[in-house]
Design a protein around this ligand. Structure first.
Ligand code: PMP
Length: 393
């Protein structure tokens, strides 16, 4: 039985605030903080370099984290690359594939800038980019994506869950289409990893980019890149940690996935991420999914009762609710919620300007939920928004 009140005991900061900004970054359980502290106080060394005991222990723990993450997503540890964040993961793909002039990439209008700009920039190399439209609720159909395919299409880059609309795309249908046409598929799972069960091997995507610092409850500065066929991807950065044999004129790459993990990685972060994933596994990702969706949908239902509120996203929204209050700038709404009730929500453009432009709006307020959020918090938010709406109308 999913006991959110028991879970909250592991998140002491939640005694201080009403945290409804988990789509930006999540709060961390004490177990993650302890794993990071244990690294610093008991065995701090560098990864993969050196024979001494601290280095060996560090390397073991880092690789344990890789096993944990890979197991969680049903993928081979060899295909599991640790990065700094989702943005880095996506850029590593955009910059690591050998593009030819005339190649074609398909992405969508609802993407976070991190899954749009790396593709738009490829236009400088002569790559053509099609940005597929969504409906008014942020849904992009697999049929619309299929229609955009040409004989030059090499990659489809699509978000799983929009961080503005809270709309979940049918990525299994998109994967079937990509496979049918022999096109690579990259999934931006920033908003679903740890909150929707994801077996990446079963889905059959070529790449998946994820943050460690959101649904997986890991520290900031951690991300994951899943690469189904790592041999096809060139490392973007080279230097220490990426090579085997070096001469004054040449070098050979290290094993996979080390060749992609340049320099000293965020070791405490990755060890904390491994612990975060264990914590998520123990709660059950299906339970988390049911919990956050129930909260997001109830939040939408309550806000829809307020005449001055405009809501965005589909009825079957996932984990978050974006909205505006008539006559009030979203930043002002967020500031009042914080100052009067210590409610932390996000306001602004959510790094998704094309998604907002789709609705001809300049910004929104966004309440987003995680494994530790409660219905009481939804109720407090709805009552507080209602009070703000009344006082400004
Ligand atoms: N894609 C989506 C859908 C996101 O929500 C975010 C984070 N808001 C990102 C990409 C970028 O993630 P990161 O900050 O880990 O680079």
């Amino acid at each position: 039985m999913y006991d959110v009140y028991r879970i909250r005991e592991d998140f002491p900061v939640l005694r201080e605030v009403v945290y409804l900004d988990s789509a930006a970054t999540s709060q961390k359980p004490v177990q993650v903080a302890e794993a990071v502290q244990e690294y610093f106080t008991r065995y701090c060394g560098n990864y993969g370099r050196g024979a001494h005991r601290l280095s060996r222990r560090t390397t073991e723990k880092y690789e344990d984290a890789r096993e944990t993450v890979a197991g969680f997503f049903g993928i081979n540890p060899r295909c599991t690359v640790f990065t700094r964040n989702t943005t880095e993961s996506i850029n590593m793909v955009a910059l690591g594939l050998d593009w030819k002039k005339g190649d074609h990439v398909i992405t969508t209008v609802v993407e976070h800038h991190s899954n749009l700009l790396p593709w738009i920039r490829l236009q400088e190399k002569g790559v053509e980019v099609t940005v597929v439209d969504s409906d008014m609720h942020g849904i992009v159909t697999a049929e619309a994506i299929e229609k955009a395919i040409t004989d030059k299409t090499r990659l489809i880059a699509v978000t799983h869950v929009s961080n503005f609309f809270g709309a979940a795309q049918d990525i299994k249908a998109v994967a079937r289409i990509a496979k049918k046409h022999g096109i690579m598929l990259l999934i931006d799972a920033a908003q679903s990893a740890g909150e929707i069960p994801l077996n990446l091997d079963e889905i059959g995507c070529d790449f998946a980019a994820m943050p460690g610092h959101k649904g997986l409850l890991g520290p900031q500065g951690t991300g994951i890149l899943y690469v189904r066929e790592p041999e096809r991807l060139q490392p973007v950065f080279v230097g220490g940690g990426t090579v085997q044999k070096v001469t004054t004129g040449s070098f050979t790459f290290d094993e996979i996935p080390s060749r992609f993990e340049y320099g000293t990685p965020n070791i405490p972060g990755i060890i904390g991420l491994g612990r975060g994933v264990e914590y998520v596994k123990a709660m059950g990702v299906e339970n988390i999914e049911a919990h956050v969706n129930r909260l997001a949908r109830e939040c939408a239902r309550r806000l829809a009762e307020i005449p001055q509120v405009e809501l965005y996203g589909p009825d079957n929204r996932v984990s978050l609710t974006s909205f505006n209050v008539e006559n009030i700038n979203p930043h002002d709404v967020a500031m009042i919620l914080d100052e009067t009730k210590k409610i932390c929500v996000r306001s602004g453009q959510h790094c998704a300007q094309t998604a907002l432009a789709r609705l001809c709006i300049a910004g929104s307020v966004r309440a987003s939920f995680a494994c530790y959020s409660t219905m009481e918090e939804v109720d407090l938010l709805a009552r507080s928004v209602e009070a703000i709406a009344k006082s400004f109308s």
